[in-house]
Write a protein that binds this ligand. Structure first.
Ligand code: OGA
Ligand code: MN
Length: 297
């Protein structure tokens, strides 16, 4: 039982938490309850928040080490900047439909889990709505935990016990070959993770998939592509999906081990800006259980 007023986001996962001001959260006040809700429900929504950048960062730090994909690109002494999912340029205009910046946003429209291509993947993404659109631009979440629990055994048998290889440039290549060649998408070696992530707190399994996945052990790349598409289609049936229509002040966070997500189109002349901080998984989140031998696929 939770001390907060909760309403489900979807019949199979996710809750909106009412009456909690995220500015009041600290390690020993409210965070233990939030962490327990996160383990149980996979996705949490808080509306009407006035979360500052500093508090956003502090909240993410409570979940795990802050993910910093630009660490190697910053000059000495340059501070970490909160990543933004945004089509707003420095001069306030929006990026054109075919600009690489917009194309990169469009790769977010493929179902994925964040950072499966990093040597240490993300546990969570905490999104804060800064500028919202009047139409489109919803962020959708799909519970790969609920889907796995209901998946027919015959389909489970084709993926269970196998490792999956992930590569950042793979998801970019699906949208633009030019984009996939940029150095920022080719910084890390391919990663090899187990296909199922058991939650160490409650033992519930979830399929661990992403648009970055390109090869399943024991199958050719073409067979892998078909199987990954079939599994993604199963997990993203409406029954397992929550579609979030943004309002300013919304804070949406989810468990990357147990849910995939995607962005959706909006009229690109409209500005849209979300602040996004990912925290990395640690051994306590079950990382060791999904490690597979590195090397070549
Ligand atoms: C992300 C992401 C989708 C969106 O922040 O990781 O995929 O709706 N966002 O912008
Ligand atoms: Mn994402």
């Amino acid at each position: 039982m939770s001390q907060f007023d909760l309403t489900p986001l979807n019949p199979t996962f996710g809750v909106e938490v009412h009456g909690l001001n995220l500015m009041d959260v600290s390690a020993d006040h409210l965070f233990p309850e939030i962490r327990a809700l996160f383990e149980e429900h996979s996705a949490l929504l808080f509306r009407g928040q006035a979360l500052t950048d500093a508090k956003h960062l502090e909240l993410a730090q409570l979940f795990g080490p802050i993910e910093d994909r630009q660490a190697d690109e910053r000059k000495p002494g340059e501070a970490f900047k909160i990543p933004e999912v945004s089509n707003v340029l420095e001069d306030g205009t929006t990026s054109g439909e075919m600009d690489l910046k917009t194309l990169n946003l469009k790769t977010n429209f493929l179902w994925h889990s964040d950072s499966t291509f990093l040597p240490v993947p993300a546990l969570i993404n905490i999104l804060v709505a800064r500028i919202v659109t009047t139409e489109g631009g919803a962020t959708e979440l799909a519970s790969t935990r609920a889907a796995w629990a209901e998946m027919p055994e015959a389909l489970k048998d084709r993926i269970r016990g196998r490792g999956i290889w992930h590569r950042y440039s793979h998801s970019r290549k699906k949208i633009s070959v030019e984009l996939s060649k940029l150095p920022m998408f080719n910084k890390w070696p391919d990663q090899h993770w187990a296909s199922v992530w058991p939650n160490p707190e409650n033992g519930r399994d979830a399929l661990y998939l992403a648009s970055h996945a390109y090869k399943v052990d024991g199958y050719s790349e073409a067979e892998s592509e078909d199987l990954l598409a079939e599994l993604t289609a199963f997990c993203t049936q409406p029954r397992y999906v929550y579609s979030h229509v943004w309002q300013e002040g919304d804070v949406l966070l989810w468990d990357q081990r147990a849910a995939m997500h995607r962005g959706t189109h909006w009229p690109y002349e409209q500005p849209r800006k979300l602040s996004s901080i990912c925290s990395s998984v640690t051994e306590a989140d079950g990382l060791n259980a999904i490690r597979m031998p590195q090397g070549a696929a």
